[in-house]
Design a protein around this ligand. Sequence first.
Ligand code: GUN
Length: 295
Amino acid sequence: MTAKIIDGKLIAAQMREELKTQVAKLKEKNIVPGLGVILVGQDPASISYVTAKERACENIGIYSDDNHLPADTSQAELIELIKKMNEDPKINGILVQLPLPDHIDESQVLLTINPQKDVDGFHPINIGKMVAGEKAFLPCTPHGIIKLLQRSNVKIEGAEVVVVGRSNIVGKPIANMLIQKSDFGNATVTICHTRTRDLAAHTRRADIIIAAAGRPATITADMVKDGAVIIDVGVNRIEDASKKRGYRLVGDVDFEAVKQKASLITPVPGGVGPMTITMLLYNTVESAKIAHSIE
Ligand code: GUN
């Protein structure tokens, strides 16, 4: 079997068109959704993610308040800026790009964000609501994965899903979302990680594999059942002298080999990545609608 490619760029573009229409309708009511963006430091990957988020806002008509702060910004200064954004009616969502420099306590920073503006879904209140199955801002990468599966007509209910990776940003929340009694849940989920004894024994049983380990070739063809659906969340830089920038991006999956066995597979780049930004825009528009009591 040769897998069909799940085109994240295309699905993201379709969703962004839908959001653009919604933003235009809000503008007729003099409402402009606003996103406060905060980046601390010069991490090259973070700079490129944040720049892409700012461009995407501009593209669909969301106002973005961009704050690129030096690496030596103090925790107190950062918290002060977040508190200002919490009070600013032009700002419906606050995005603090992670990771933060070591001298800043990430959990203290995330706790400062008003949960009603927490469009990343990282505040403990939103995490708790998500786990309890209550309405909450859902974290963008897992939410984007759900949209990719739904829009590719993958049956989630009853599926055996193996999640590889247990990060707070992807592994833990996607596993939680997939077990909910909801139209995007009802799956049977196994979470694997670096201490899992026999990873392949788990992945070989999976109808859906979600690879979020942060390591190239974590999933090879021998670890995949025929016809499985493969979602690759990895974004790894591999040195490549043939490229002008000196590297290329690969996921966590041995794409060329696994493609021969899977039924559906996401590429890297162009799979999950574009969906993360799209869901941030989605949450920001939702937040603006809630703030103005619009259905
Ligand atoms: N760093 C890596 N992914 C994310 C994300 O989705 N949101 C934020 N704020 N930081 C990240």
